[in-house]
Design a protein around this ligand. Structure first.
Ligand code: SF4
Length: 92
């Protein structure tokens, strides 16, 4: 996530990020180097009451980097694929 950055302050749709557990936490934690641990960031997300909003925001905006809603980019890609598959199946 990036709510501690200026970019994040432009986040649309309500003010749920006001309640983000990661406010004030070092943003670098949420943008680890390739192959670095995401455990600490995910631990912050686990205690976050707006993690669903955060995840949906990232999915809607196709955020390519960072931990959002407790999920890595790869995990979010999996969710997007699964949802696309579900939509296709439902559409027949
Ligand atoms: S889910 Fe994680 S990244 Fe998203 S707002 Fe909460 S603490 Fe921040």
């Amino acid at each position: 996530m990036a709510f501690a950055t200026e970019e994040a302050l432009e986040a649309p749709e309500g003010n749920w990020w006001d309640q983000a557990n990661c406010l004030g936490v070092d943003p670098d934690l949420f943008f680890p180097e390739r192959g670095a641990s995401t455990r600490e960031a995910k631990a912050v997300c686990r205690g976050c009451i707006v993690s669903d909003d955060c995840l949906e925001y990232a999915l809607r905006n196709s955020e390519k980097f960072g931990i959002w809603g407790g999920m890595s980019e790869r995990e979010r890609r999996r969710v997007r694929r699964q949802r696309a598959l579900t939509r296709r199946t439902a559409a027949g």
